[in-house]
Design a protein around this ligand. Structure first.
Ligand SMILES: [Zn+2]
Length: 127
């Protein structure tokens, strides 16, 4: 586990900006945003697309990054709420996808009200 650095705080800010712009106050179809930083420094964002078989924000952000040719990922964060006030850990399905695509990527999570970075492979032990 690692402490956050300045550009991790910027990543959280990007995710928060993204959900602020897209939060769905009527149907609650879009309530989570993800920002992912690639090794080259580029950041991609996405919001969840809610349905019975919808897509988590992780999938949208990663899909956008991959679509744009990215393959090396450094750090990811998910936020929930109108202003992105809550740091959200990835769901089980996303943990598996993240492990398949980017086992060494770090994820920002909230542990006892302290933000830390943890490697994807540590989020899904005994996979
Ligand atoms: Zn998920």
């Amino acid at each position: 586990m690692e402490d956050l650095i300045e550009k991790d705080l910027e990543l959280i800010e990007k995710a928060s900006e993204t959900i602020k712009k897209n939060y769905d106050r009527v149907k609650y179809n879009h309530t989570v945003a993800v920002a992912i930083r690639c090794r080259n420094g580029k950041i991609y964002t996405g919001v969840n697309v809610y349905s019975s078989h919808g897509a988590c924000a992780e999938m949208i952000a990663i899909g956008s990054a991959i679509t744009n040719g990215e393959r090396e990922f450094e750090c990811l964060v998910a936020v929930r709420g109108e202003n992105g006030e809550e740091i959200l850990p990835p769901c089980g399905n996303c943990r598996q996808v993240l492990l398949d695509y980017m086992p060494d990527c770090k994820v920002i999570i909230n542990i006892n009200n302290k933000l830390r970075k943890i490697a994807v492979r540590e989020l899904l032990p005994f996979a």
